[in-house]
Design a protein around this ligand. Structure first.
Ligand code: PLP
Length: 249
């Protein structure tokens, strides 16, 4: 929070933003003939302080998303008294799994077998059961970049589409993990709707084997309507809720 901005001012801004995002979700659901209760809004709070998470919680937000363990772990600890669900949505290194397993309820970025094994071990060690979404890269070249908003291009990550069902089987069979669905980040070089339509097809294929894996994590500030049209159950919203992220030093 900028110096001099009072807590009340910040609360008011977050409340207005939350109202606008909820209205967008409601509108998109109405257009798609869907119930807004099917769509979870995850507040992606990366780069914003734990005090914002506290204000969001006061406003009724329970789902919080973070993309870096170094930042997420202390914020989760600072908010441990709040009844929040923590979503880890960023690229995850195996050496961070033990830390992430202590606070994350869902990991949206499971994209390789080594990560399934490491998360499984970490979940068992932490005595927790962690929901996993298989992240798929629908960018075609497999090396897409996400404009992460920190002024840097970030590797988008994700498994190749033909690897998704195998990874889903591995997650479903792993101790300490349960398969919760699929996730993608739309590449910027084509209409998001095209990507989300393909994700919906992959999600249906996964559900044939794993009917409980109903989650579809798709859509961010710029494209949540397209995601909801194509069945998203989780939208990950940063900028539209919290404002522009400061550039990386
Ligand atoms: C930052 C981030 C978001 C939120 O992006 P906005 O465009 O700010 O809404 C969503 N998903 C992931 C994986 C992110 O890293």
């Amino acid at each position: 929070m900028a110096r001099g901005v009072s807590v009340d001012t910040r609360r008011g801004a977050l409340e207005a933003n939350l109202g606008a995002v909820r209205a967008r979700v409601d509108h998109a659901c109405a257009a798609a003939g869907r119930d807004p209760a099917e769509v979870t809004i995850i507040a992606v709070t990366k780069t914003f302080p734990a005090s914002d998470i506290r204000l969001l919680a006061e406003l009724g937000v329970v789902d919080i998303g973070e993309n870096r363990d170094q930042e997420a772990a202390p914020k989760a600890a600072a908010c441990a008294d709040l009844p929040l669900t923590w979503h880890f949505v960023g690229q995850l290194q195996t050496n961070k799994c033990n830390s992430v397993a202590r606070y994350a309820h869902l990991v949206h970025s499971v994209d390789r077998p080594k990560l399934v094994a490491a998360l499984s071990r970490a979940a068992m060690a932490a005595g927790r059961d962690i929901g996993c979404l298989v992240q798929v890269d629908l960018g075609g070249d497999g090396r897409g970049a996400l404009e992460a908003g920190e002024g840097d291009l970030e590797v988008r990550g994700g498994a190749a589409p033909d690897a998704v069902r195998g990874l889903a089987d591995s997650v479903a069979a792993a101790d300490g993990l349960h398969l919760a669905g699929v996730m993608t980040i739309a590449p910027l070089d084509r209409p998001a709707a095209v990507t989300f339509e393909r994700l919906a097809e992959l999600a249906a294929a996964v559900r044939q084997q794993h009917p409980q894996a109903t989650g579809i994590s798709a859509g961010m500030s710029s494209d949540l309507e397209d995601a909801i049209t194509h069945g998203a159950t989780h939208v990950r919203v940063g900028t539209s809720l919290l404002g522009s992220r400061p550039p990386v030093r």
